[in-house]
Design a protein around this ligand. Sequence first.
Ligand SMILES: [Zn+2]
Length: 671
Amino acid sequence: MKHQRKLLITSALPYANGPLHLGHMVEFIQADIWTRFQRMQGHTCIYICGDDAHGTPIMLKAEQLGVTPEDLIADTQKLHQQELAAFHIALDHFHTTHCPENQQLCEQFYQLIKANHGFTEQTINQAFDSVKQMFLPDRFIKGQCPRCQAPDQYGDHCDACGAIYDPEELINPVSVLTQTPPVIKTSNHVFFQLPRYQQALQAWLNTAHIQPEVNHKLNEWFEQGLKNWDISRDQPYFGFTIPDRTNQYFYVWLDAPIGYLATLKHFCQQQPHLKFETFLDPDSEFELYHFIGKDIIYFHTLFWPAILMSAGYRPPSGVFAHGFLTISGKKMSKSRGTFIEAQIYRQHLEPEHLRYYVASKLSDNIQDIDFNYDDYFNKINADLVGKLVNLASRCASFIEHYFSGQLANSLPDLDQYQQFVNQGNAIADCYERRAFSQAIRLIMSAADQANQYITQHQPWKLIKQTDQQQMVQAICTMGLNLFRALITWLKPVLPMMAKQVEQWLNIEPVDWDSINQPLLHHTINPYRPLSERVTTKAITNLKQAVTQPPSPQPTNLPADTSSKIAIADFAKLDLRVAKIIAAETVEGADTLLKLTVDLGYEQRQVFAGIKRAYQPEALIGRLTVIVANLAPRNMRFGTSEAMILVAANASKQSLWLLAPDQGAEPGMRIS
Ligand SMILES: [Zn+2]
């Protein structure tokens, strides 16, 4: 009897301001394969994730779209869940960091760490946008690199020469929000005293599962000396307020990892047999593993375990980092046409093919992996279709046509079968170590052996000899049993194909050890193709799609799309001339104006994101164009009952209201 393990597994939380792309999918596929493998071994796994829903970028994006952050993150969460299901990611629960469980846990952590004297206060200088009235994160300041003078570089590092610096060092810095120079303002912040946990962290690292490259990086950080960590942010911010501070919020990077636990807590509330508190216990019987990208190692191997230990909770059992995904050797970038959204991918290619391709590239180290179209084309067609599916279909056709779907009562060579199946131990070992590419190589070499077996025994010749019929049945039964072993080993990677095979072979869902008993004296169902070849056309279409404008964001604004619509679609729009009869600013909204417009037959209230471009009083009396039949939208400040049309430049920094020529009257239909 194998020792039964209990595992809690997480994928890093995707940020809730945009769609999932193939880079996200690499991580979800990696964690999902590992989870499915562990489940096939009979271990108990809870696999959870959720959206990372807080912070300045989400606040600003919602404002730009004219929606509340709550609406933005709720829409994004739905999109993310859809995408994860489409790629067969077997999460037990997908939640969000913007939930009452997380708020309560963040406050609980804060109080516990405070009671353990884990915090200190420090006064800091920060860049402040006095037009926008907000402190600017480093990413929201741009200027000339202080080292190489390259223009248009971020406040924390230079893309041109790789220099790392403080925003104050930038030459001619401007806020990316208002293009005005930031001023320096001081503010008092809460810091977590990370250096106090250095010894405890080093002791933890000796026992935790950490990759050698990551350990090496950590030792560098220890040598440089750890620094206190600022866990507070000033308003305006989208997040949770810190209980005993005025106008300050928990930094998103504090509440995000706590969000793993909040998701678990929310899940436990639906699962009466699970007790959330037992997971936090230093003696918990659950092992805890985080799958992450290599860019967030610092947060997961220093801050997060230290925060957990400081609150008196258990640290992770291991942190598994992976490299970035490149597309044809290039960094993913929208402008270069190398940014592939998950949704765009699956409009052209199969999600399971991506799972197979990613598995064939992933190892246990943190090297980047490359998505290469030609390599993808060859791997799917040569390995998956040419070796695996082909073996199934050639054996199936004999069993179906000559033996009514009936498998033989014995195998021609049981020892040979046993030797074949024994390869499963080495394959399991690769999965356990997350050396998936190695597992795939072993499985494909086994697939070669299985195909050779059929080629050597030539059932297509034997079937013509009347005294060899039973032999053909036995050979093809062997072939199908070898195939059953192969698909069992691939089940963590290809769960849907495995399910299809289970239905076809008319068997119970396989676990890792099912194949120890060969399938004999058994009737199978008619064979249907398990997977199709990838066509060059599909690849070309995907390449074309990714060089086109990105898919619409979750927004009520019209999407930027190059697809054509029929005249009937256009006729659905009720565009009208409207007269602005009142305009005022909105308390708490930086970009919005509240307008009242007259259509002649009725008046409407509209919230428009045009404050940056227009003084409210200058608008009164003007004629403009609105979408009159847009469904009313509930916004934080009230209901918007129509939409004003504006022209905007790419950054949406400059806006121009549309206006009809002289003589047009309120209420006129535009067609
Ligand atoms: Zn530079």
